[in-house]
Ligand binder design. Structure first.
Ligand code: RIB
Ligand code: CA
Length: 313
């Protein structure tokens, strides 16, 4: 496997945290250049702190963490603490990370780091609202050729929405940023609810994680069990969908995913469908594909991969 240089932009967030553990545990495949955080599930002060907590638990303080945009490009902030808890990572015991936060703003660091990279060298993994990425691309379009591809969690086709009837949270929270990223011209892999709703944390799938001891497994299980409790209260379902780890898992094991090139556009004006992703799965528009749409995942294999990697930490 070719080792990728990646930047992870995220809004930890229960599933973002699991995704970070997966990335931290895969140094043979991923050189994590840095982690940028954004307002999303909870305010950026918390997403940034949460990323540093997860980094410390994984013993990966070699990876810098940066705080980014406090609010979407144009919209008022939208949060999802009703899903992730007030801390953003309820289910794990919060603590003040021993490594202080880095004062550089995430967008400044993104632009500087991408400018210093070689062409096509950096893979961007995005698991929150796309505000940081869109702000960097708008300020410095010269960085775009440095991006190998963007692997993002967001959008939906068959599955409708999870924050409104028609929109997935990351797209809805900052639709203008999402539209800008899908129009950036670089290769995009979009993993939406159609796939991530298959990745539910059922008791069977959590069993391998229960067999692992140590603070990382304990934190991961605590967060997933919190997510399951919320899912059962809200929807009566057993097993919450675990969205974000599909992004790093796609880099580690693309064979677990089914994909199709599509033209994907984001609604930025209509109030009723704001943030809705128009996924042109059957080529109705005649537009050339601007992304690869992921609509299936081997969920059992995904959770086995998560457990195997967490057992390394
Ligand atoms: O809709 C799911 C997405 O929104 C995930 O990235 C979750 O962490 C939230 O950010
Ligand atoms: Ca997220």
């Amino acid at each position: 496997m070719i080792r990728r240089r990646v930047i992870i932009d995220c809004d930890p967030g229960l599933d973002d945290a699991i995704n970070l553990f997966l990335a931290f545990a895969s140094p043979e495949a991923l050189e994590i250049v840095g982690i940028t955080t954004v307002a999303g599930n909870v305010p950026v002060a918390l997403t940034e702190r949460n990323a540093r907590m997860v980094r410390e638990l994984a013993n990966r303080e070699d990876v810098p963490v940066f705080g980014g945009c406090e609010r979407p490009l144009r919209r008022p902030p939208v949060y999802a603490d009703h899903v992730h808890g007030a801390s953003g990572v309820d289910g794990m015991t919060a603590f003040e990370p021993r490594a202080a936060r880095d004062d550089a703003h995430a967008v400044d660091w993104l632009v500087e780091t991408l400018r210093a990279a070689n062409a096509g060298e950096i893979t961007l993994v995005a698991t929150g609202p796309l505000t940081n990425l869109a702000a960097a691309f708008a300020r410095a379009p010269d960085v775009l050729p440095k991006i190998a591809e963007v692997v993002l969690m967001g959008g939906a086709r068959r599955e409708g929405g999870n924050i409104t009837p028609t929109a997935e949270f990351n797209m809805f929270a900052d639709p203008h940023a999402a539209a800008a990223v899908f129009a950036c011209g670089r290769p995009i892999v979009a993993i939406g609810l159609d796939a991530t709703h298959q990745a539910t944390a059922t008791p069977e799938r959590l069993a391998p994680l229960r067999a692992i001891s140590g603070p990382v497994a304990e934190a991961a299980l605590g967060m997933l069990e919190f997510a399951n409790t919320v899912e059962f209260k809200r929807r009566g379902a057993v097993g919450a969908p675990v969205h974000d780890p599909c992004t790093v898992a796609y880099l580690l094991a693309p064979r677990l995913f089914a994909t199709k090139p599509c033209c994907i556009q984001v609604e930025t004006e209509a109030a009723l469908t704001l943030g809705c992703t128009s996924v042109d799965y059957w080529g109705a528009t005649g537009n050339a594909p601007n992304a690869v749409w992921v609509d299936e995942v081997d969920a059992d294999a995904l959770f086995a991969l998560i457990a195997e990697r967490i057992s390394r930490l």
